[in-house]
Design a protein around this ligand. Structure first.
Ligand SMILES: Nc1nc2c(ncn2[C@@H]2O[C@H](COP(=O)(O)OP(=O)(O)OP(=O)(O)O)[C@@H](O)[C@H]2O)c(=O)[nH]1
Ligand SMILES: [Zn+2]
Ligand SMILES: [Zn+2]
Ligand SMILES: [Zn+2]
Ligand SMILES: [Zn+2]
Length: 277
């Protein structure tokens, strides 16, 4: 997670009050869920990372403790989401990119091609507006918008809250469009089966090595807006090398949602994912 943007505080304090108490446990998750679904974990909701809390060791250590605690708590809720999805035979992908890389247009075109054949659902996160949900409505799949307000990423708790509404009986594929941001969403598991990083060719071929956390955690990378290539100095070979530098086994798609170029192998791949569930 990012040290400075205040993710570990749920952002609100850092952004709007500026007096973070650095304890991060302000979201009041009661955690009284029954564990009827068979996993058997320690369930340490205190300082679950095993580090003791030594204020005297300084703020850095303190902050790392808090971050680890927030992430451990989030990972825990994400594991519940994944169990919930697995129990229903749903394959979930978490789409992450910078703002405007083309996540929503890709999903629009993807649903138009797929939703008739495979039951899909979409959860979409933005800081504000339900614009994306409105764009994705009427494409044959239930859609829920999460407005994260001050937060720069989706988290497992918020996603878990909408799953029962959006994932209806028979759903095979869940697309989660994260908040546009190359950094923080990479740190927060949502219960997805894997992350998919999008990079539009207009952003430049160096992004995978500049933002290695996201690209190293994404086994699939989609290079979007290929129709713009003639107008750019984008070096495709270098981009592929950069992706492979941080993620040697990355599967890379090149496509344009606008022209439809490359859409077929993308949807073929998704059909296959849905079939394996
Ligand atoms: N030329 C071209 N433009 C595209 C393509 N895909 C998306 N766009 C345009 O890029 C802009 C942003 O696309 P969105 O789909 O809204 O991007 P996004 O990643 O969902 O953006 P956020 O949700 O704000 O992070 C829009 O004007 C799209 O029409 C593409 O393949 N080619
Ligand atoms: Zn951040
Ligand atoms: Zn639990
Ligand atoms: Zn979008
Ligand atoms: Zn964040």
């Amino acid at each position: 997670m990012c040290r400075d943007c205040g993710c570990e505080q749920g952002n609100e304090r850092a952004y709007f009050h500026g007096h973070a108490d650095a304890h991060g446990n302000d979201h009041g998750h009661a955690h009284d869920h029954p564990h009827a679904h068979g996993h058997d974990h320690a369930h340490d909701h205190g300082n679950g990372n095993g580090l003791d809390h030594h204020r005297e060791e300084g703020d850095d250590r303190h902050r790392i403790d808090v971050e680890m605690r927030v992430l451990a708590h989030n990972d825990h809720l994400a594991a519940h989401n994944r169990e919930w999805l697995d129990a229903r035979g749903v394959f979930a992908v978490n789409l992450i990119s910078s703002p405007g890389s083309g996540k929503t247009l890709l999903l629009e075109r993807t649903l138009e091609r797929m939703a008739r054949h495979v039951a899909c659902a979409v959860v979409v996160g933005d800081q504000q507006t339900d614009n994306d949900a409105r764009r994705l409505a009427g494409k044959g799949a239930p859609v829920r918008q999460i407005e994260t307000k001050s937060s720069c990423h989706l988290d497992a708790e918020r996603v878990g809250g909408v799953l029962p509404e959006v994932v209806t009986e028979g759903t095979r594929l869940l697309f989660i469009e994260n908040v546009g941001n190359l950094v923080c969403p990479a740190a927060f598991e949502l219960g997805e089966h894997f992350k998919i990083a999008l990079l539009s060719v207009a952003e430049g071929e160096d992004k995978p090595i500049k933002y290695p956390v996201l690209f190293s955690r994404s086994p699939v990378v989609v290079l979007t807006k290929m129709d713009l290539l003639p107008h750019l100095d984008f070096d495709m070979a270098r981009c592929r090398r950069n992706i492979r530098t941080v993620r040697p086994d990355a599967k890379i798609f090149e496509l344009s949602a606008r022209t439809g170029e490359g859409m077929e192998s993308w949807t073929d791949y998704l059909f296959e994912l849905a079939r394996t569930k």
